[in-house]
Design a protein. Structure first.
Length: 329
């Protein structure tokens, strides 16, 4: 996430927030960032910069938060949490909790936390939480898991959220029926939110997120369970939104952004979709809410954890194994 044209922030899963300036990483992480639960898929997740950063200086972090002292079967429970703070003198300060799930929804599992953070043109903050391994929760509007949420940047609830006034539903929910969102991106012209998520064995999805819609997991899916068992025989169901595009087998999608810049003018408005297992970045040409062409622009450089368009028009790719950031020009 870019603070300006020269400085960027990158998260490392054990809990380190790094500052990169003019392509050089500061050897010391930002001091005082929140304690994270660095187990399984948990840790320090996304970082995002406030749309009004130039005047307000807020930076947002998503991470796996443990409820110390609260256990289930001897295992500490955890959930995705979002905070914001300001960076002063290379230290994290003035922290505010923007989103904390109801404590009864915390789970002992260590996977499917989500979480990406994006802002629409009106300044709403969107983030995704995975099903945490309990697919049934994705269909339960009283649970935060398996949802895309929308809040104001200070954590308050927009009055026009689709379930803001429904009895028994969490008012932050914007859409539901998601397995594990691993990419969020806002279209630079329409302002609408697009999402990529992990399917099980097969059935990774690209979705255009609309308020109040049910995206089906686990009642409909294009994939099988990891042992080959059928999760659901249905690929479509009335009242459930089909993906705009899906992958079989699963490339393990991770990271999503729209290209906008001068270095690759013919790619403006195209989606950049990263993948972990397939170690690739795909370029998706989207027209009338459909993917009409897909091509691979990077392959086998490493597991793609994130992909983003920088303010200079270059494409930045965060890799695991090797742990490096590539700049594509």
């Amino acid at each position: 996430a870019w603070l300006d044209v020269r400085r960027a922030l990158v998260t490392e899963r054990p809990g380190r927030l790094r500052l990169i300036e003019d392509g050089v990483m500061n050897p010391q992480p930002i001091a005082g960032t929140p304690k994270v639960l660095n187990e399984g898929q948990g840790g320090l997740l996304d970082v995002a910069v406030d749309p009004n950063y130039a005047s307000e200086r807020w930076v947002y972090l998503a991470y796996s938060h443990a409820l110390e002292g609260q256990t289930d079967g001897g295992r500490v429970v955890s959930m995705t949490r979002i905070v914001r703070g300001r960076i002063k003198d290379h230290a994290w300060t003035e922290e505010q909790v923007v989103y904390e799930a109801p404590h009864e929804s915390y789970r002992t599992t260590r996977h499917h936390y989500g979480c990406r953070i994006v802002f629409d043109p009106q300044g709403h903050l969107y983030f995704g939480i995975g099903d945490r391994g309990y697919g049934v929760d994705a269909q339960n509007l009283g649970r935060p898991q398996g949802k895309i949420h929308r809040i104001h940047r200070d954590g308050s609830i927009p009055e026009d959220n689709p379930f803001a006034n429904r009895q028994g539903a969490l008012p932050t929910i914007f859409s539901y029926g998601h397995r594990n969102p691993q990419g969020l991106a806002v279209h630079p012209e329409t302002g609408r939110v697009w999402e990529t998520e992990h399917g099980p064995m097969g059935g990774d999805e690209l979705n255009l997120i609309s308020p109040g819609l049910n995206y089906g997991w686990p009642e409909v899916t294009y994939g099988l369970d990891y042992d080959g068992a059928v999760i659901s025989p249905l690929r479509a169901k009335p009242g459930m939104q089909a993906p705009n595009y899906y992958w079989r087998p699963s490339p393990a999608l991770c990271g999503l952004d729209f290209y906008r810049g001068r270095l690759f003018p013919e790619w403006n408005g195209h989606l950049l979709a990263g993948a972990l297992k397939y170690e690739q970045v795909e370029l998706l040409d989207v027209a009338a809410d459909r993917v009409i062409h897909a091509e691979t622009i990077l392959k086998n450089a490493g597991r793609v954890r994130d992909v983003a368009c920088g303010p200079d028009g270059a494409i930045y790719v965060v890799l695991n194994g090797p742990d490096i950031i590539l700049r594509l020009t």
